[in-house]
Design a protein around this ligand. Structure first.
Ligand SMILES: NC(=O)c1ccc[n+]([C@@H]2O[C@H](COP(=O)([O-])OP(=O)(O)OC[C@H]3O[C@@H](n4cnc5c(N)ncnc54)[C@H](OP(=O)(O)O)[C@@H]3O)[C@@H](O)[C@H]2O)c1
Length: 361
């Protein structure tokens, strides 16, 4: 008999036209029988999920508008943290240990057998190599917002952007999960940060996390020019896309690096229902790219790492070391019980969140 009591999980039965359609019509909270240890391998681990991040990518996956689409029915929750409820004999972890699960190796964004187990659930199963101790003094809520966000910021700013101390970086979507991580990492690297956003209240929190200057995300180019003595910034971190990208090209120095991180303002670049193709792709003016000698750098963290697995180990080690030392700490503005997953997903989609939004199964 299974020693673990049953729980609940969120199920996406079908992909929506867009995330709100998916949340409304194709998601439900279902009964979850506990995974049965008798059916698992010696290196498998059952995690009793305490906190799961509700990320932007979790949302656009529900409509298949993200490049990587698990086949429905599936449970969302790319990144989660919790306690070990059961571990196989060769897993090397003890029951009750507080752990963070590596979203590259387990969960809906991973590529192997553990894709079926997302964090929006009482239980998830992950292989031993995906189980990491909670670094430093991070809580479960903070830990489930660590790797995806900070590894993205690291990959974009440092691996692609070659950002160094003394340079100035313009960070758009700075109140978002990856944007706020980028603010913290750019400051750790000794750069000067100009952050943009739509809400003064959210920008006040971004400033508390180290941004040197905050600006509204409309008509920012003149202010950026002024702040940089007319020269423009060295690096742009653009997770927002659309008009913001185009305006950014007007306040960069010659030879700047322009990092394409994402397009949160134009999520309908891709078609819904998991249809492939991108009929509404953003466009950048080639005349400005040419005349300013820009390096426009596409910066997909997971895809780059699949192409060059050697990128991962130093990046992961550095992010964990910073978290262990207390140099970085994810900001979490909203938490919800699992049963309120719809409210949580809508809050994230509607831009109510600063940094992380968390479900607590
Ligand atoms: N390159 C990678 O490997 C990678 C990894 C993860 C995510 N991403 C992508 O990066 C983007 C950001 O992800 P995230 O997780 O940080 O999302 P997020 O937490 O939702 O943050 C996005 C931020 O963008 C701003 N924003 C959203 N809609 C906007 C609009 N219409 N106009 C202006 N600003 C808007 C918001 O800031 P304000 O409300 O303050 O304006 C929001 O906080 C997404 O496109 C995501 O797919 C890329």
């Amino acid at each position: 008999m299974n020693p673990l009591p049953p729980g609940h999980r969120v199920v996406v039965a079908e992909l929506g036209e867009d995330p709100l359609d998916a949340i409304e019509h194709f998601t439900s909270l279902a009964h979850q029988p506990a995974p049965d240890p008798a059916t698992l391998g010696p290196r498998d681990v059952i995690v009793a999920v305490k906190s799961a991040a509700v990320g932007w990518v979790d949302l656009i996956m529900t409509s298949g508008q993200y490049q990587h689409a698990p086949k429905p029915p599936y449970t969302p929750g790319l990144e989660y943290a919790g306690e070990v409820a059961w571990a196989g004999a060769e897993a090397g972890v003890t029951r009750g240990a507080s752990v963070l699960v590596d979203p590259f190796l387990a969960g809906p964004r991973s590529l192997g057998n553990y894709q079926a187990y997302g964090g929006f659930a009482t239980y998830a199963v992950a292989p031993a190599e995906a189980i990491l101790p909670l670094p430093g003094a991070l809580t479960f809520d903070e830990a489930c917002n660590l790797l995806g966000n900070y590894e993205t910021a690291y990959h974009c700013l440092f691996t692609r952007g070659r950002l160094v101390a003394g340079e100035t970086v313009l960070i758009h979507g700075a109140s978002g999960s990856t944007g706020l991580a980028a603010v913290q990492l750019a400051k750790l690297a000794g750069a000067r940060v100009i952050a943009t956003g739509r809400s003064p209240e959210k920008l006040a929190i971004v400033a508390q996390h180290g941004a040197d200057h905050t600006l509204p995300s409309i008509d920012f180019a003149p202010a950026v020019k002024e702040l940089t003595g007319g020269r423009g910034v060295d690096v742009v971190y653009d997770g927002v896309g659309g008009d913001i990208s185009v305006e950014s090209l007007r306040c960069v120095k010659f030879g700047a690096r322009f990092l394409i991180v994402g397009w949160a303002s134009t999520p309908f670049v891709a078609r819904g229902k998991g249809q492939r193709g991108a009929p509404n792709a953003n466009q950048l003016p080639t005349n400005l790219i040419m005349m300013k000698g820009l390096d426009v750098l596409g910066s997909p963290t997971v895809i780059a790492t699949v192409n060059d697995p050697s990128l991962r180990a130093p990046r992961l080690a550095q992010v964990l070391a910073w978290a262990e030392a207390g140099a970085i700490r994810p900001h979490v503005s909203h938490t919800f019980p699992l049963a309120e997953y719809r409210t949580a997903m809508r809050a994230k989609w509607n831009g109510e969140v600063v940094g992380g939004c968390v479900l607590r199964p």
